[in-house]
Write a protein of this length. Structure first.
Length: 87
C-alpha cells in the first residue's frame, strides 16, 4: 500500500466511508470530519508512517502542515518522510 492509499484508508475510516468515496480532491470538511476526527486522523497518520506531524489542534492555522485537502495531506506526509530519511 502506498502513501496515497494509506492516507485515503485512514481518512475514510475516520469519516466512516469506503475508501473509494474519498478522492485526493476531497477536503476533510466535505467528508464530514470534524476537529476531533482531524486529531484522530493525525494520530493515525503519525502511527502508520512513524512520523511526527507538526500540527497544533488548538491553533491549526499556525502549522506548516497543510490539511486543506487529502492531496495536501499526502504531500505533507511525503515531505516529512523525505526529511526524516535525510536526517
Amino acid at each position: 500500500m502506498n502513501v496515497k492509499e494509506q492516507v485515503i484508508a485512514i481518512i475514510a475510516e475516520q469519516a466512516v466511508l469506503d475508501p473509494e468515496d474519498v478522492s485526493v480532491d476531497s477536503t476533510l470538511e466535505s467528508l464530514g470530519i470534524d476537529s476531533l476526527g482531524l486529531v484522530e486522523s493525525i494520530f493515525a497518520i503519525e502511527e502508520a508512517f512513524d512520523i511526527t506531524v507538526p500540527f497544533n489542534a488548538n491553533n491549526p492555522s499556525e502549522t506548516d502542515f497543510d490539511i486543506s485537502s487529502v492531496a495536501s495531506i499526502i504531500a505533507g506526509i511525503e515531505r516529512l518522510r523525505a526529511e526524516q530519511t535525510a536526517a
